[in-house]
Unconditional design. Structure first.
Length: 764
């Protein structure tokens, strides 16, 4: 058996107190990098090893699959699995959505659904809403976004259509939106489908309307643990209170300074008022940071102290002082990105960093384009996060739609998707006739295929629909005796699914690769989850996120700040530190939103372990024109701990001949309008703190070690590892600071630093 004394000896004085406090309501305010996961898992291990609590009576809720997996791994190591074989299998350690799926699979029939329900993503949700608008005669273009937001907010606030109507008496929300919500729910129920918000709301509804179900779970879970509590919304807190209603042992860990999801319903009040809801709750604070240097934490504390709505705390560390936090102002967004690229190249050459140790954070993913462009120029591998997720790609959704119908024949949305891909000559008119017939008789589209003679559909179309029914029935028979991975491969083969990507193109190659990767996910899932069903696989894939894989490849992570909370990197660039970007424009008139934007800045800063760069641009191309940018107020708030010369008020303009930049006036504004022109100038054409400037001038080993700086002249041919062959059309600067404009066929003109770009001369 594992030694509990050894486990406790690894905790500091702040951490050990909440671990030993096992009874009643406990709130742990855990600052960034303070070891909250260690505290949470140590407490569970203490309950099992010292208090002899059955793991089946313990629940632990997280907010990402990655965090749940990490917690399981730590618990398995902490508790001797030869003595407690049931730890990984019987203890409920999962995301809150996965927990709710598990509960609903067992008892959702009590509120009128079948246990083989489908989970709809945002795309599916939009399609259902558009059909609702069509049925109700509403204007989809006008109402789609507001209806989506209204329905989501209502469910996150634990409100049904009737609850909204009764609570607000029709005054706050129009009857039209309430009717859309009601009909949307009806259509989901007819398809035996739930959206993401329903996973929580229907669990709440199940507990509320069937007290015997709640009593079972409230009795079962004697000890409830919730991580990232600052990210909970109302319905999540309502579920937690229900589950804790019998034993009262609820242990929550979080940091109000990292509450950044208010836009999707998170209530910071849940953590700020926890000890008011649970009157006898005990509160502990974890303020020792194990992640970052003293200089990085000094900046984080300096920024976040400007928020009013927070619990007082200040991070400290016994780590080293570390290097200065550096600042850089580019002349434009491309210059800003070039600075990051060259810094990464320099640090890769003079340290033992890998590409995966770097990250570029931004408030909005639209800023990623410049970084993608510059990283490609300099041969820097990168991955974009916060954009299109793997399971939202069309070809993936098309393939999975077959499995969804096989699993749940009531799923009309998936039926309409799979019958259309690959094309089988069944037109929209035919499908509309089928849909109207099925709606009239209250049956699914799948069941409608057994009554084709009654539909009025023409003979030729009926034959195609009948053959499609035979195909689906064949798949269902195959699914009954084969694994998920074998079923997926069988479906792809029998439908000739891959043939639609036969034409040679980069896009089709990418789609085929994605399909291959989908098969891999099925095989891996079966390998990792013995005895898992088709329904289990579909749930896991629907609830997965693209950020679960951040930091796995040796590539620079380019991500939105929202996508990286909970992660850490040795070197971080926070880009776009301009007003209207960070903080976002709408926060200017709402103090609560401004405080959330400041928490975003705090989260971004505290992801950095060793090095931190704050960057912005004097101008950006925004909303169809180039605009002068004003520095973020967060940079002004940070000035007490930054290099005092990083940003000053001198009204000066500078010229960078190395990059061919003239002065700021070329962007259409006068330098006298600027209140933040820096005093130091770097060789990449922008303006940086003294250290960043010296690093660029340092004698660090060159990435392009064989570069012939004197050999680059107009008209010569060069070869770039990414762009191929090109012709030099202009040369700026001298020696190691040479910048060349190269015209690449099919790519266009690229400005490249000879010192860093992965290219060579191919003729003199």
């Amino acid at each position: 058996m594992a030694d509990i004394k050894e486990l406790l000896s690894k905790l500091n004085e702040e951490q050990i107190k909440p671990v030993l406090d096992t009874e009643g309501a406990v709130l742990v305010i855990a600052g960034a990098g303070s070891g909250k996961t260690r505290v949470l898992t140590s407490r569970i291990a203490y309950l099992v090893l010292e208090k002899k609590i059955d793991p089946a009576n313990i629940m632990a809720i997280t907010f990402t699959n990655k965090a749940a997996d990490e917690m399981k791994t730590r618990l398995t190591k902490m508790v001797d699995c030869t003595e407690h074989m049931w730890i990984p299998d019987y203890m409920w350690v999962s995301t809150i959505h996965s927990m709710c799926v598990r509960i609903l699979r067992r008892d959702i029939d009590k509120i009128g659904y079948d246990k083989y329900f489908t989970v709809y993503d945002e795309t599916d949700k939009e399609k259902v809403l558009k059909r609702v608008f069509q049925d109700l005669g509403c204007d989809a273009d006008k109402l789609l976004k507001s209806a989506k937001n209204f329905i989501s907010k209502a469910k996150n606030d634990s409100l049904s259509p009737e609850d909204v109507k009764n609570e607000y008496n029709g005054g706050r929300f129009s009857d039209e939106l309430i009717n859309i919500y009601r009909e949307y729910d009806n259509q989901l129920m007819r398809s035996n489908a739930l959206d993401f918000d329903d996973l929580l709301f229907k669990t709440y509804e199940l507990f509320k309307t069937h007290p015997e179900v709640l009593d079972y779970y409230a009795d079962k879970f004697r000890y409830i643990h919730i991580d990232e509590f600052q990210d909970t919304n109302k319905v999540q807190f309502d579920i937690a209170k229900m589950l804790a209603s019998k034993h009262g042992n609820i242990f929550v860990v979080g940091d109000d300074d990292q509450s950044i999801y208010g836009w999707r319903g998170a209530k910071i009040e849940n953590i700020l008022n926890f000890d008011k809801v649970f009157k006898d709750a005990k509160t502990y604070k974890l303020q020792r940071n194990y992640r970052s240097t003293k200089k990085i934490l000094e900046l984080a504390n300096c920024i976040i102290k400007n928020n009013v709505g927070r619990r007082e705390k200040e991070l400290y560390t016994e780590n080293s002082d570390g290097v200065k936090v550096e600042t850089f102002i580019g002349t434009d967004e491309n210059n800003e990105a070039t600075f990051a690229a060259i810094q990464i190249k320099n640090l890769m050459a003079r340290t033992n960093y890998r590409y995966k140790d770097f990250a570029v954070f931004m408030r909005v993913n639209a800023l990623s384009r410049a970084f993608e462009q510059e990283f490609t120029k300099y041969g820097i591998p990168y991955r974009i996060y916060g954009g299109f997720k793997f399971f939202e790609r069309k070809e993936i959704k098309d393939a999975l739609s077959y499995l969804k119908v096989i699993n749940n024949t009531f799923d009309d949305e998936s039926f309409l998707r799979c019958i259309a891909v690959p094309k089988r000559g069944i037109g929209d008119k035919t499908l509309m006739q089928l849909r109207e017939f099925c709606a009239a008789y209250g049956i699914s589209l799948y069941d409608g295929l057994t009554r084709l003679e009654e539909t009025g559909i023409g003979a030729a179309a009926r034959t195609k629909l009948f053959n499609f029914r035979l195909l689906l029935d064949n798949f269902r028979e195959y699914a009954a005796v084969n694994s998920v991975s074998e079923l997926l491969k069988y479906v792809l083969e029998k439908t000739s699914f891959k043939d639609q990507f036969a034409e040679k193109s980069e896009e089709n190659t990418s789609k085929l690769y994605n399909i291959s990767e989908l098969v891999n996910t099925a095989e891996q899932f079966i390998s990792d989850n013995r005895g898992a069903t088709l329904s289990d696989y579909l749930n896991a894939m629907t609830l997965s996120t693209d950020t679960d894989s951040i930091n796995e490849d040796d590539a620079v992570s380019v991500a939105t700040i929202h996508a990286v909370k909970g992660l850490e990197f040795k070197c971080v660039f926070i880009a776009g530190l301009d007003e209207r970007i960070l903080p976002i424009a709408r926060s200017g008139v709402d103090e609560d939103e401004l405080e959330e934007e400041r928490r975003l800045m705090y989260v971004a800063i505290t992801r950095a372990e060793e090095r931190l760069y704050l960057t912005r641009a004097m101008s950006r191309y925004m909303y169809g024109s180039r605009e002068h940018m004003t520095q973020s107020r967060f940079l002004k708030e940070a000035q007490p701990v930054l290099n005092p010369y990083a940003f000053d008020n001198e009204k000066r303009a500078y010229q960078s001949t190395d990059y061919g930049y003239k002065d700021y006036g070329r962007f259409g504004y006068n330098d006298a309008d600027s209140d933040d022109i820096p005093v130091s100038q770097s060789k990449v054409g922008g303006y940086s703190s003294a250290y960043a400037k010296s690093l660029l001038k340092s004698g660090a080993p060159l990435e392009n070690k064989n570069a012939d700086f004197n050999g680059y002249k107009r008209g010569i041919k060069v070869k770039h590892t990414k762009f191929g062959e090109g012709t030099v059309i202009d040369v700026k600067g001298t020696g190691e600071n040479i910048i060349v404009d190269v015209a690449f066929k099919g790519v266009g003109i690229k400005a490249l630093s000879v010192k860093y770009a992965p290219m060579e001369i191919i003729n003199g």
